[in-house]
Design a protein around this ligand. Structure first.
Ligand code: COS
Length: 385
């Protein structure tokens, strides 16, 4: 279907597709096996200006928005979710600065992120603050011209690899989530270290680690916005980034469909290619339909957010949950189409299925997304009556 992309959007899509096919597909199996961070591929993305797609022009980016980020993420995800999440997590770290940073913070960090010279990351989750993001315990104590951070963030994508971390910490413990604030913490700061690299089911090329803060002193100027805004900043960041998870879903599902259709055309059983059997055709038809619906919703949501719409939480949550559910279903069906071969690591679909699972979990489980949609419906209908 023609989504009427601009010339610039088509160029972003084309560049990301080329990197995916030429640089990622040949090494994705090895990156997965070795759990190796795709530093070289990300450097290629940087040289092709892909880290700048959603950074405003005045800070060295291409001036696009969620749509441009989603297009790039979709193409990279078609080849490997472990690579695409490492790329996308840099935006997750940058969004709080784009949305709430002051001029000095934007001028200092955004051009470096846009150029891919530094990688970003976002630190919200803790051992006891997952779905209940407001249950965080990491603290930031004001001390003269500094804040002093203490606590541990868990499962942080790009942990150890990123240079700049946007971290949510409590400046007023008595207020819970309403006493949270957002800070930028640079790698190498005294008192800031990393826990072990997690061993994961999928997205194994990506780095997932703890961020450990022990009397970590940062300049007071690294506070984003003002004290008490941390939870709102985190929620707004997720509202903007969740369509990117749907784009990951669309990409990995498309990659799986490509493999499944080509396999079904080649594989002969009962004297004919299995694509001739209606049972297989129906599986493929459902996969293709889900992907197109998820893509249409993702692009529509991204464009709507980029238009400056305000109440984006519901649509963003719907997009994330739909795109990730489609990804899980399609990658599972792709394994089914390939049968015994699909279960073997020699073929890419088992990796796609393992990778896809996390999309239903990270950036808010799909149960939380349904809560967000449900809460929005209650509010909307209460206003109508
Ligand atoms: N935008 C702006 N403000 C928001 C918001 C949003 N999307 N969502 C909530 N808020 C505000 C609320 O308006 C409320 O403000 P007041 O204190 O002024 O009333 C405040 O934030 C607290 O909101 P709420 O009471 O709804 O928070 P809850 O603790 O019930 O939690 C959920 C809300 C469950 C939606 C939140 O904790 C969440 O998103 N959890 C999942 C976290 C997640 O995605 N983790 C992944 C890690 S990041 S990769």
């Amino acid at each position: 279907m023609d989504y009427f992309l601009t010339e610039e959007q088509q160029a972003i899509q084309e560049i990301a597709r080329q990197i995916a096919e030429e640089k990622i597909v040949p090494v994705r199996e090895e990156l997965d096996e070795k759990e190796e961070f795709p530093r070289g591929i990300l450097e290629t993305c940087a040289r092709s200006d892909l880290f700048g797609v959603s950074i405003p022009e005045e800070y060295g980016g291409l001036g696009g928005g969620v749509m441009e980020m989603s297009l790039a993420v979709e193409e990279l995800s078609r080849a490997c979710l472990g690579v695409s999440v490492s790329y996308a997590a840099s935006f997750l770290g940058a969004y709080p600065i784009i949305l709430y940073g002051n001029e000095e913070q934007k001028e200092k960090f955004l051009p470096l992120i846009a150029a891919g010279e530094i990688l970003g990351a976002f630190g919200l989750t803790e051992a006891d603050a997952g779905s209940d993001a407001g249950g965080l315990r990491t603290t930031a104590r004001k001390d003269g011209d500094s804040y002093v951070l203490n606590g541990t963030k868990q499962w942080i994508t790009n942990g150890g690899e990123a240079d700049l971390y946007t971290v949510i910490a409590l400046t007023d413990k008595s207020k819970g989530a309403r006493g949270a604030s957002a800070f930028m913490v640079e790698k190498g700061t005294d008192g800031f270290s990393f826990g072990k690299k997690e061993k994961k089911m999928g997205i194994r090329a990506s780095s997932t680690r703890e961020l450990v803060f022990e009397e970590c002193r940062i300049p007071a100027g690294n506070l984003v916005s003002k004290e008490g805004m941390g939870f709102i900043i985190a929620m707004k960041t997720l509202d903007n980034s969740r369509p990117g998870i749907a784009a990951q879903g669309v990409g990995v599902a498309q990659g799986a469909l490509d493999v499944a259709v080509n396999y079904a055309r080649e594989r002969h059983q009962f004297g004919q290619p299995i694509i001739g059997f209606q049972a297989v055709q129906h599986l493929l038809a459902n996969m293709a339909t889900g992907i197109e619906a998820a893509r249409a919703l993702t692009y529509a949501a991204a464009r709507w957010i980029d238009s400056g719409a305000r109440d984006i939480s519901k649509i963003s949550a719907m997009t994330k949950l739909f795109g990730s559910d489609v990804a899980m279903e399609v990658t599972t069906d792709a394994v089914q189409v390939l049968g015994g071969y699909g279960y073997m690591r020699e073929y890419p679909v088992e990796k796609m299925m393992r990778d896809a699972k996390v999309l239903q979990i990270y950036e808010g489980t799909n149960q939380i997304q349904r809560n967000v949609v449900g809460a929005a419906l209650i509010k909307e209908y209460a206003q109508k009556t």
